[in-house]
Structures are given as C-alpha cells and as structure tokens.
Design a protein around this ligand. Structure first.
Ligand code: NAD
Ligand code: DAU
Length: 353
C-alpha cells in the first residue's frame, strides 16, 4: 500500500506528508516540481526515512507520471500540486493555467490509464483526492450564509478560475469514466512552513524585520482561517470515508477580517518578542487594494462534520499562537526561503502599492 502525493514539498502538502508518516507506516511517493513554493527543508525531519520517496518532477510530464504509477502502484493519489498565490496569478496567469488546469488534466489522464488496468478489487478501493479551495465559489455578501457544497461556482481571480477548472475536470472524470474521485474545498490555511508571500507569514516575518505590514485596501476583507494540521486531518478523514464523486467543504468556523488578523499577530509578538522600537502595530500600513479582491469567504463545514465526524482540533487563538511561536523558533527556515527570487517578488508586489 502506497500513497502518491503531488506538491508534497509545499506548505500544505509537506504538513500532510509529515502528519501522515507520524501516524502510519504506509509509504508516500512525493512528486513535486520544486517551484519557488516547494521546499525540501520542510521535509528535513524525514531525512533517511525510507517510507518517504521524493521525486522531483512536473505533473504536466505524462511519461514520468506513467512510470511512477506503474512502479509504485499507489492505492490513492492525493493532488496538492498547484500554483497557489492569488497575487502571482494576477501578475502572471499563464503558470496557473499550465499547472492547475493542464497539469491536473495530465494527472487525471495518467491515473485513469493506470486505474483502468487494475484488478477489480484494487480498482474499487482506489481513490483520487483533489485538494481544492473555497475561492472557486467567489465572494460572499457580509450577511450571506456560508458556502455549502452546492453553492454555484463564481471564481473571480485567475487562480480561482484555474482551480475551478480543475474541479470540473475531476468531476467529469468521475461522471464519464467512473474514476473514484473525492474533492475537498478548504478555506484559508495557516501554520508551520507557510511561505511568507501569504498574509499571516508575511506579517510575522515583516514585523520581526521591522518592515511595513501592508494591508490591502481597508483590510475589512474576511477569510475563514483553519490551522493547517486540521486541514490534513480533514483530508485523511475524506480519504478514509468520503463517498466517491462527492465534494467536502473544510473550514474552521473562524471568520476574521484581515485587520483583526494583523492586530492579533502584533499583539502576540508584543508579548513573545517585544521590540525596543515599540509595539508592532506602528508598522501597519494600508496599501493599494488587490484587483478584483474577494470581500468575504466563509465555509459551512456541516457535511464533513456530520458524515465523517471531522472537527478541527485548534481554535484560532491556539493555532495562531502556535504559528507565531513556530516562526520565532525557526529563523533559519525563514532566512533560507527569503532567496533572491523572494526578494524580487516582494519588490514587484509592494514597491508600487
Ligand atoms: P504551495 O504553493 O505552498 O505549494 C504548492 C506545491 O506544488 C509546491 O511544492 C510546488 O513546488 C508544487 N508544484 C507547483 N507546480 C507544480 C507542478 N507543475 N508539478 C509538480 N509540483 C508542482 O501551495 P499550498 O498552499 O500548499 O496549497 C496546496 C494545495 O491546496 C493547492 O492545490 C491549493 O490550491 C490548495 N489550497 C490551499 C489553501 C491555502 O490556504 N494555502 C487553501 C485551500 C486549498
Ligand atoms: O481561501 C483559500 C485560499 O486562501 C487558497 O486557495 C489560496 O491558495 C491561498 O493563497 C489563500 O488565498 P488568499 O488570497 O485568501 O490568501 P492571502 O494570504 O494571499 O491573502 C489573505 C487576505 O489578506 C486577502 O484578503 C488579501 C490580504 N492581504 C494579503 C497579502 C499577501 C493583504 O492585505 N496584504 C498582503 O500583503
């Protein structure tokens, strides 16, 4: 028994692989192209562990996918690999179409070819789990009910449109070919190994460096935050017990405006690493808004809770404290990810803002 994970050197994928191998001896083949967002240091704890087989490669490479599937014969494929940052999708949507649409298509076709040839029992037990996002549902009005699994798709950014396209491909491969698929649509994650281009790690890293904390527009946009290890436990629950062809929304019932998130991070840092220059709130700066910025996301997680008994283990208070502490405890990781390419991105995104 083996799992094939794509994108397992990224933020959520690496947390998933670490969590999986902490509680199971089932080996993981981890296929990742190591883009700017992929980082093998996230997996340092698995060095020398032969249950983890890392393969550097691209999900658009059909020949490689065919070879890996034949060689390892996984009982499930968990598809995390994606271009994931909304702001980057606005600057350069091409990479998002390539990986999220063409890559997902190529992976589905390779998996279909492999799955079709499996013996009947293996075929029935096989799962393709597609890790997707709440952003495919678009933006909610302030008092509208949270997204359920039947909410219409209304993606607004190149990123969310490319993820929506991949969700539709996954759905079609089930309905047309019978591939046993599962899809999860999760809200905003935060936690260890989060690349500091996203709101929470960017604010922590900038505050510690005495740099501006750039809030887009009025900062009243709302996101529904989930600690990454709770997302991992939800994926495990869906893999184990989800009904094929179904989608499961995953969220922590933690709606917060961006300004509130930034103030919470400042308050924690004031307590855990006070600055001689004064409270970190002094660094808060409002900058130009993100084009097409979705105002609010919120997840109705009742389906996964009632069908699969999943519940998040962390509240936002416990999760954000652990996260801030992790960044304080791992300055080498932070330094290592702030490469030349990272600095170029920060300059491009924030100097004209
Ligand atoms: P990430 O950007 O941190 O990691 C993506 C990983 O995919 C990287 O390791 C990268 O090297 C790899 N990758 C990119 N293109 C590839 C390709 N063509 N072939 C092989 N590997 C490739 O992303 P993340 O935040 O960990 O998100 C993982 C998945 O979860 C994505 O599908 C994303 O849409 C989804 N998701 C993310 C969040 C969130 O808050 N971060 C929430 C819901 C869903
Ligand atoms: O909802 C799930 C999605 O969450 C995932 O599918 C995406 O992969 C993930 O990146 C995330 O998307 P967001 O756009 O919500 O996350 P981000 O961290 O980029 O931004 C969160 C909010 O903070 C958003 O309203 C924009 C705002 N923001 C972000 C940055 C980077 C700022 O105000 N300033 C910033 O510098």
């Amino acid at each position: 028994m083996t799992l094939l994970v794509t994108g397992g050197a990224g933020f959520i994928g690496s947390n998933f692989v670490l969590d999986w191998l902490a509680s199971s001896d089932e080996p993981v083949v981890n296929l990742d192209a190591l883009t700017y967002a992929g980082n093998l240091h996230n997996l340092d704890a698995l060095q020398g562990d032969d249950r983890h087989i890392f393969v550097k490669g691209d999900i658009t490479d059909r020949g490689l996918l065919d070879r890996l599937l034949q060689q390892h014969r996984p009982r499930a494929v968990l598809h995390f690999a994606a271009e994931s940052h909304v702001d980057r999708s606005i600057h350069g949507p091409g990479a998002f179409i390539k990986t999220n649409v063409e890559g997902s298509f190529t992976l589905l076709e390779a998996v279909r070819g492999f799955w079709t040839e499996r013996p009947a029992d293996d075929k029935a037990a096989f799962r393709f789990l597609h890790v997707s996002t709440d952003e495919v549902y678009g933006s909610l009005q302030p008092t509208a009910p949270a997204f359920t699994e039947t909410h219409p798709y209304e993606p607004n950014s190149p990123y969310s449109a490319s993820k929506a396209a991949s969700d539709h491909l996954v759905r079609a491969w089930h309905h047309t070919y019978g591939l046993p698929v599962l899809t999860t649509n999760c809200s905003n994650n935060y936690g260890p190994f989060h690349f500091p281009e996203k709101l929470i790690p960017l604010m922590i890293v900038n505050a510690l460096a005495g740099k501006a904390l750039p809030i887009y527009g009025d900062g009243q946009q709302v996101r529904d935050w989930l600690y990454v290890r709770d997302h991992c436990s939800a994926i495990r629950a869906v893999l184990a017990g989800g009904r094929t062809g179904e989608t499961y929304n995953v969220g922590g019932w933690n709606e917060k405006a961006n300004v509130e998130i930034v103030h919470t991070i400042c308050a924690l840092l004031n307590q855990l690493r006070p600055s001689d220059a004064g409270p970190y709130e002094r660094l808060i700066t409002h900058v130009k808004d993100r084009p097409g910025h979705d105002r609010r996301y919120a997840i109705d997680a009742r389906k996964i809770e009632s069908e699969l008994g999943w519940r998040p283990a962390e509240t936002f208070d416990t999760g954000i404290r652990k996260t801030v502490q992790w960044y304080l405890d791992n300055p080498q990781w932070v330094e290592q990810v702030q490469s030349g390419a990272y600095r170029e991105w920060v300059t491009q995104q924030y100097t004209t803002a």
